[in-house]
Design a protein around this ligand. Structure first.
Ligand code: T68
Length: 831
């Protein structure tokens, strides 16, 4: 009414009115059409799904924008201490659903779009997720910034805007083939580029010493090339609280000076090539999740985003004239693993070379401004940068690192006089296999606090990875057990279960997850159990539809859904799960087991392998070939199925996890730092079969032994077996089931008679088995038998599932954030 004849979604063109209210169905439709008409230049009647998706995103964005500006104003005004989360990865997942949920626009959008003849779910599915991370570490960063926004804590997430995120996995004849992730191709409605706030980043060159007027020695870095960092802002909305924090991702661009004059006088084509060279820095995410490649471009990425971020904070977030001696009152930079640790010498450089601090003053400030989170225990995952490369790329930073090391070793020698062996062990500089900088040591020396990501991990970090450091500075070490955001991984991913929970205990759990405790009494309520099971069934049907359309995979009805989804790595032991499957198949083939005695089970794998990790790729190939044979064999009477949908990512996780009955968390004890998938499954009512590793330890303690299927050696037992000398061949010879399963793989049954096809995998298991899969096999199979026994009693199973949900409140990333605030950051929510 009053909008003129063209304002009607049913009008042939559907053009938008001017100036209608935003937070109502009518206002929404008006804003949506305005986005479509004036931003995309299309009429509703002629709009593609993508144009509609972009218009919807733009509409939601408009709503969040006012809150964003208001948040920024409030934070600056209060001069509040900010968390600067420095992470090379953010595995965000799709943005639309989260933005709608956080701004309470779901219902309005659904109704408004329906008026336009558009289905909201279709538009949601149009979004390509920003896969700017490899796995747990990147997803953790995304959960943490969600929690900080929801808890009203000022935080700026800093990272890299990779043009290509984690590769898209496809299978060709069962082998992984990587495709580029072109996530920006159809538009990127969630980002705001700010070329006006670009910063320059220098590389290369040499340093010069001089003496200033007061007779003080001064160092100047004379770099040889530079690039521009262009910030792209993303909104991180708190859940229904009006706070919107920034996530600032940097994109590399050539600078004028670089591409036109210095390098390439007069050569236009060369100049354009140079531009490409600069832009390479943020071109692609390195897909290795545990073995650093030591590549120059990777180091360039690390310094690039960190230099941009420090400059941004010091120049743009602090008021004019701020005294940097007080910097720790305004910022704490959290180092998400060692990837951003070059920020430490960078801050030292800025304070000394640009702001005239002397070393001690600069170190005092720097030390207070950084905290370090370690995410691994694998020795090969610890970053070491060769001094050769560092000196070439960042000569001034290498000097500062040497300076830090000299002073640090002096401190060690003072604390442990005469203990030269110790000083050698603790040196930030290693000499083997070449001279290099141990980034974890640098981070530990610099940081106010060092934390592991689960209790067991933090203890092993202290005792095994950094024992000399924890002896020197025991109070520096702490634990913060990881968590996951209940908004994305329960409310949004599992709307049916969320409704069931809300009907029972209200909706307070969304921001106070310990409230799930109140569900404990419902574990004995038949109506509740029925509703709970109905939600699980609905999730399974939703997954069935998805996998049929997405992958052409059929999920049989009524199966136990047994899910193992995570990056492919030998330490995570996908082969142990696979050996179980092969063993069941073998027992049926050889007549030891009647198909009727199999618990109907579908095993779902989801896993990407680092493209250069040969063994991981061979294992993927094997899983696919086992799936092909098992799924086609009528002798199993449809009671065992293996599904391996390609390209496991956050979007798929959101559908898979709510549908799962059984969560596989089967790493060798002492290897998985924490795990966070384990938490998501428990929170969605799957029971865990798992080792005493990472956060499994805490999950089991909280949900109770009876509701968790524990198996395998404990970490001390693993260490003891390793010390005695582990011989996998003895397990192969001594255990008939292991031998039969491995022999079946070697028989060629999964490889069209080619007996050598999977030799790499079977030989590795029987001759090295670094992660002791064979040693834990028997115990794993026994635990699976307990799983089947429990699953046969659906009521008892469901009760355990309910108790898993009720007792998983601890694993909210809100709780992790409270722990960081209290133990590490010493800052508070703004409210
Ligand atoms: C994971 N690490 C841990 N690393 O494996 C997991 N690494 O146990 C833990 O729960 C999670 O971090 C969160 O703390 C990773 O995901 C990487 O992805 C990675 C990426 C680049 C280089 C090294």
């Amino acid at each position: 009414a009053g909008y003129g004849p063209a304002f009607s979604p049913t009008h042939p063109l559907a053009l938008a009115p001017v100036g209608s209210p935003p937070h109502s169905v009518d206002g929404f439709v008006a804003a949506f059409l305005a986005e479509l008409n004036t931003k995309q230049g299309v009429a509703l009647s002629h709009s593609s799904t993508n144009a509609q998706y972009l218009a919807l995103a733009g509409t939601v964005r408009q709503y969040l924008m006012a809150r964003w500006l208001e948040t920024s104003r409030k934070t600056h005004e209060a001069k509040a201490k900010t968390v600067g989360y420095l992470s090379a990865e953010y595995l965000l997942g799709r943005q639309l659903g989260n933005a709608l949920m956080a701004s309470d626009l779901n219902e309005i959008a659904e109704k408004g779009l329906a008026q336009c003849g558009i289905d909201l779910t279709t538009l949601r599915n149009q979004e390509v997720e920003p896969g700017l991370g490899n796995g747990g570490l990147g997803r953790l960063a995304a959960c943490f910034i969600d929690s900080l926004a929801t808890m009203d804590v000022p935080c700026i997430g800093y990272g890299i805007r990779y043009e290509y995120g984690i590769f898209r996995q496809t299978f060709v004849d069962g082998r992984q083939v990587e495709q580029p992730d072109t996530w920006l191709a159809l538009g990127s409605p969630w980002e705001f580029p700010h070329p006006d706030e670009s910063v320059q980043v220098n590389f290369g060159g040499y340093t010069e010493k001089s003496v200033d007027a007061d007779g003080r020695e001064k160092t100047t870095w004379v770099p040889s090339w530079n690039v521009l960092g262009v910030p792209y802002n993303y909104m991180v909305p708190g859940y229904l609280n009006g706070r919107v924090n920034p996530l600032r991702l940097w994109s590399a661009q050539a600078t004028k000076a670089f591409d036109l004059s210095i390098f390439n006088a007069g050569d236009y084509a060369e100049a354009v090539r140079a531009q490409t060279f600069a832009e390479n820095i943020s071109k692609v995410l390195y897909p290795e999740d545990s073995t650093p490649q030591g590549k120059e471009l990777r180091l360039q990425q690390q310094y690039f985003f960190v230099a941009c971020s420090l400059r941004d904070f010091l120049d743009h977030e602090l008021e004019e004239g701020f005294d940097l001696h007080d910097l720790p009152s305004r910022i704490i930079f959290q180092l998400n693993d060692t990837h951003p640790v070059i920020a430490v010498p960078e801050l030292m450089r800025i304070l000394m070379d640009e702001r005239g601090f002397d070393w001690e003053e600069a170190w005092e400030v720097t030390h207070q401004c950084f905290a370090y989170t370690c995410h691994t225990l694998l020795p090969e995952a610890l970053e070491v940068w060769s001094t050769d490369l560092l000196g070439r790329l960042l000569p001034r930073h290498l000097e500062i690192i040497y300076g830090i090391n000299d002073r640090f070793l002096a401190e060690v020698r003072e604390a442990f006089p005469g203990d030269e062996l110790r000083a050698g062990r603790m040196s930030i500089i290693t000499e083997y296999p070449e001279r290099g900088v141990r980034m974890a040591y640098l981070a530990t020396v610099a940081a106010t606090k060092v934390n592991g990501v689960a209790e067991l991990h933090s203890q092993l970090l202290r005792d095994k990875v950094l024992p000399d450091f924890s002896a020197l500075w025991p109070e520096r070490f702490t634990n913060v057990t990881n968590g996951v955001t209940p908004r994305r991984f329960l409310k949004m991913a599992n709307p049916k279960l969320s409704d069931v929970i809300c009907d029972a205990i209200g909706s307070g759990w969304v921001t106070d997850l310990e409230r799930l405790k109140e569900l404990e009494t419902y574990a004995l309520d038949d109506d509740f159990l029925a509703a709970f099971r109905e939600a699980k069934d609905w999730n399974k049907r939703r997954l069935t539809t998805l996998l049929r359309n997405r992958d052409g995979i059929d999920l049989p009805d009524g199966h136990l859904l047994d899910v193992m989804v995570k990056r492919l790595h030998e330490y995570k032991r996908q082969t142990l799960k696979l050996l179980h499957v092969v063993s069941l198949y073998e027992q049926v083939l050889s007549g030891k087991l009647a198909p009727a005695d199999l618990t109907p089970r579908t095993v779902v794998f989801g896993a990407k392998a680092a493209p250069g990790y040969r063994m991981a790729k061979d294992i993927i190939h094997l899983i696919n070939r086992v799936a092909r044979t098992v799924n086609a064999d009528p002798c199993l009477e449809g009671r065992l199925k293996v599904a391996f949908p390609a390209n496991y990512n956050v979007t798929l996780a959101e559908k898979l996890i709510p549908a799962a009955d059984l969560s596989e968390q089967i790493s060798l004890a002492g290897m998985e730092a924490s795990g966070t998938g384990n938490m998501k499954f428990a929170l969605n009512g799957a029971l865990t079969i798992g080792t005493d590793d990472g956060a499994n330890v805490e999950i089991r303690r909280l949900v109770g032994d009876e509701h968790f299927f524990l198996f395998g050696m404990s970490e001390p037992e693993v260490a003891a077996l390793g010390a005695r000398g582990y011989d996998p061949g003895a397990y192969y010879q001594g255990n008939a089931a292991i031998r039969a399963a491995i022999d079946l793989i070697n028989s060629g049954i999964f490889s069209d008679g080619d007996r050598g096809m999977f030799e790499s995998v079977t030989m590795s298991l029987t001759h090295h088995d670094r992660f002791m899969a064979l040693a834990d096999f028997e115990s794993y199979v026994a635990a699976q038998a307990r799983v089947e026994e429990r699953y046969a009693d659906q009521e008892s199973w469901t009760r355990s599932a309910v108790l898993n949900v009720a007792r998983s409140g601890y694993f909210s990333s809100d709780r992790s954030m409270r722990d960081y605030l209290r133990r590490i950051w010493h800052t508070q929510p703004m409210l």
